[in-house]
Design a protein around this ligand. Structure first.
Ligand code: MG
Length: 385
């Protein structure tokens, strides 16, 4: 079990749950970060008494500094403070920020040999090869928090010293609009998209689940985390979300990880690994489950997933462009400026316009990320639907 943690994105959905898990397991919280929710950050700081709090939105850092003036908690703002939060205070960092903002702090923590409890999938989607190579060089452990990847990671504990993995079955609920046609999803509103049937999550990932882009990001995340080729991952739609993913070994045996859909389980495992600790959760009620169902995704009905799988095969900057364009498109959708179906349209156009092949560097990936965001912000008004 880790000795202490810092939490990037402590005011978000996974961040709040990470603090709750730390509290239950008596793990000291040494540093936390948020973006603009000063009130909640102050509340968390007073409760967990970290040494350091980062406010990513630099202009708001002084508000928190004033609010915590009666304490000896240090407050910082901006990217340098976020990196500091990730690497300077604890032996494990939970990266629960949303978007590619998590990349540089994750690299900083890797350089210090910290354990990364990785909940920020965009980091691996954007720069998976660089991040995994650097982690291997520095001996930093990356333990996935994403429920599917935690499941795969747990299933892989059954593997012997030799690679025996044949295939990964990456499961997904299919999102709330699984049975709708493109014509029918045209009028999906942000409220409809954030209400996920099985998981309680933040707004960005809920929209990603609704478009199935989340499964696409997870596909690329899995490729990097477990060093497998795209053809070694099969996505399976499993609407009940009881099986969180499976692996097939070369002898044909399949090992699955099952559980109730609660992020506390993968968060806790990332902190206790290789041990397990008590939790207040129980197994799914198998007698109440009448059946588990599985479907093969149809590319025409899941265009964002198909696009992500295509970007995975293209390599280069394609996945970085896709992920950054998707972030901006999702925020435009959430603020009512872009239609639900246009998320795919504009992200696909960004990839086709901007993606380049060849081995990317950190600089070329950040350039691609910036260009993708600009493309979306400059062009979104042209999209209808
Ligand atoms: Mg997931």
């Amino acid at each position: 079990m880790v000795k202490s943690i810092s939490v990037l994105g402590s005011t978000g959905s996974v961040g709040k749950q990470a603090l709750a898990v730390a509290e239950r397991l008596n793990i000291p919280v040494k540093a936390i970060s948020g973006n603009t929710n000063i009130e909640l950050l102050e509340h968390q700081a007073r409760k967990f008494k970290p040494e350091f709090v980062c406010v990513y939105e630099e202009s708001r850092a002084k508000d928190l500094k004033n609010a915590l003036a009666d304490t000896d908690i240090k407050v910082g703002g901006g990217m340098s403070a976020l990196k500091d939060c990730a690497c300077s205070y604890a032996d494990c960092v939970v990266t629960a920020v949303s978007g590619s903002v998590g990349l540089l702090p994750t690299l900083a923590a890797i350089d210090e040999g910290r354990r990364i409890a990785l909940a920020n999938k965009e980091t691996l989607v954007c720069a998976g090869e660089i991040v995994m190579r650097r982690a291997a060089e520095k001996g930093a452990e990356i333990i996935p928090v994403d429920s599917e990847h935690s499941a795969i990671f747990q299933c892989l504990q059954a593997q012997g010293p030799e690679k025996a993995l044949r295939r990964i079955f990456l499961t997904g609920s299919g999102g709330p609009f699984r049975c709708m046609s493109r014509e029918e999803t045209k009028n999906v509103t942000p409220d409809m998209a954030v209400a996920h049937p099985n998981w309680n999550m933040g707004a960005k990932i809920s929209v990603d689940s609704a478009t199935m882009m989340n499964k696409g990001l997870e596909f690329i995340e899995a490729m990097h985390l477990f060093s497998v080729a795209p053809d070694e991952i099969q996505v399976i739609i499993h609407p009940e979300s009881v099986i969180h993913s499976m692996v097939e070994y070369k002898d044909g045996c399949v090992i699955a990880q099952l559980g109730v859909p609660d992020m506390a389980i993968p968060i806790q495992y990332a902190l206790t690994y290789p041990e397990r600790a008590e939790s207040n959760l129980s197994a799914p009620d198998f007698f109440a489950l009448s059946k588990l169902t599985f479907y093969e995704p149809e590319p025409e009905k899941t265009p964002c997933l198909a696009l992500a799988m295509d970007c995975a095969r293209r390599g280069g900057t394609a996945a970085a462009v896709m992920s950054a364009a998707n972030e901006e498109a999702v925020y435009l959708f959430l603020s009512g400026k872009l239609g639900f179906n246009s998320i795919y349209d504009i992200v696909a156009d960004a990839v086709n316009t901007l993606a380049s092949t060849g081995t990317p560097t950190l600089e070329s990936l950040q350039g691609a990320d910036n260009a993708a965001r600009r493309f979306v912000l400059e062009n979104y008004r042209k999209y209808r639907g």
